[in-house]
Ligand binder design. Structure first.
Ligand code: PLP
Length: 388
């Protein structure tokens, strides 16, 4: 049997036709499909604006810039995430610190945030931007996070790379009710793909304008934004230092077609997760806790392995599953333990909950095209791997 990966894209005939349609049109780079994709994405997540970019990392970069990160400014994020959630601060010349996680769901702990903000306030070292990460697709508890951020004057950028299609308190993740911006990734392993790609959603017109400038070199063709009189109708002016982070129409067409399937994708992921929930009850593993006010988008299905109860280690379980053709993964190596961050002064032991979470967690395969037979096989293999 072919190896079962932990996640993968689902590409339909409709997706292929959408891409082919663009290839037969006049526009390959950023054009009408990008506009349509942004409007559809904004509608899907209930935000006023969406700005597409070339990756989730690019989205984090320009969101951090638009939120004012630069030299002397600080981002706080979760250590239980992909490195980009933190590294975006360095791109802007800023600094990073972390808020430890709640071990029950791997999300940034509201209590840890509260006490760290109190300490930082006393020390006069409040952060400028907070980036909570909706780990595995399950939204952080955004209402209290948004309240704390407002109390201390901290901007909030949600890293929603895992969470498109999820809801919090009955509303879609990405609507920015409790944040300034939310960012998404459309890498093939995420819930919606454009190949490579990303986006930022916001309800702020000024942030929207800023983000559009930053993703296109800082160049404007709008006369009212120009700083001197235009030379002629061909004029454009670079009024800020931006980048080429433009998505192509080829990618946007794929993204549009994928967005049409978003609810089907999330429904299938939820079905797979529910079956894992039932099937793993008897095994020495613990799934993530989920709050009743939140519907996960189930980007990942991580379980904590109870090493004492099963008498085997995470490493052995990982290796046994790989040998049986089940491509499990580990999410995440805590960011502050990475060499780059160690050089910045972080130490092992700085964020003990994230480190403990990492030590015994493993992500089981979950993606829309995983069929029942394959999932049965994964469950059977996990049972065997846990009982050596
Ligand atoms: C995937 C991911 C990113 C980066 O997205 P890319 O599109 O790969 O650049 C950032 N944060 C999280 C939590 C992610 O899962």
């Amino acid at each position: 049997m072919k190896k079962i990966p932990y996640g993968r894209q689902s590409i339909s005939d409709g997706d292929r036709a959408a891409v082919d349609g663009v290839l037969q049109s006049d526009w390959l780079t950023q054009g009408p499909k990008v506009d349509e994709f942004e409007a559809t994405l904004a509608r899907a997540v209930g935000a006023r604006y969406a700005v597409s970019v070339t990756s989730g990392t690019a989205a984090l970069h320009i969101a951090a810039l638009a939120a004012g990160i630069g030299p002397g400014k600080t981002v706080w994020t979760s250590p239980n995430t992909f490195v980009a959630s933190a590294a975006c601060a360095f791109y802007c010349g800023g600094e990073v610190d972390f808020v430890d996680v709640d071990p029950s769901d791997g999300n940034l702990s509201v209590e840890a945030l509260r006490s760290k903000l109190e300490d930082a306030d006393k020390a006069g070292r409040l952060p400028d931007v907070l980036i909570p990460v909706h780990y595995a697709g399950h939204s952080c508890d955004m209402a209290p996070i948004g309240e704390l951020a407002a109390q201390y004057g901290v901007k909030v950028v949600e890293d929603a790379c895992h969470a498109i299609g999820g809801t919090y308190r009955g509303e879609p993740v990405g609507n920015c009710r409790y944040s300034d911006m939310a960012i998404f990734s459309f890498h093939p392993v995420k819930n919606v793909t454009t190949g490579e790609g990303g986006a930022i959603t916001t309800n702020s017109e000024s942030l929207w304008r800023k983000l559009r400038l930053l993703r296109n070199h800082g160049i404007t063709r709008e006369e009212d934004l120009m700083e001197t009189a235009p030379d002629g109708p061909w004029s454009y002016q670079q009024i800020d230092l931006g980048f080429n982070y433009r998505l192509t129409d080829i990618q946007a067409a794929l993204g549009l077609s994928q967005l049409e399937r978003l609810s089907t994708f999330v429904a299938r992921r939820s079905e797979i997760a529910a079956r894992y929930d039932r099937s793993l009850e008897a095994l020495p593993v613990r799934p993530l806790r989920r709050r009743a006010d939140t519907a996960s988008a189930y980007h990942l299905y991580p379980v904590a392995i109870d090493e004492r109860r099963c008498g085997t280690s995470r490493l052995d379980v990982y290796n046994a599953l790989q040998d049986m053709g089940v491509g499990v993964q580990v999410h995440y190596i805590p960011v502050h333990t990475q060499p780059l961050f160690q050089r910045k002064g972080f130490r092992r032991g700085d964020f003990p909950q994230a480190e403990a979470f990492y030590r015994n967690t493993i992500s089981l395969p979950v993606y829309p095209d995983l069929d029942d037979r394959q999932q049965s096989y994964v469950i059977e293999c996990l049972g065997r791997a846990l009982a050596p």
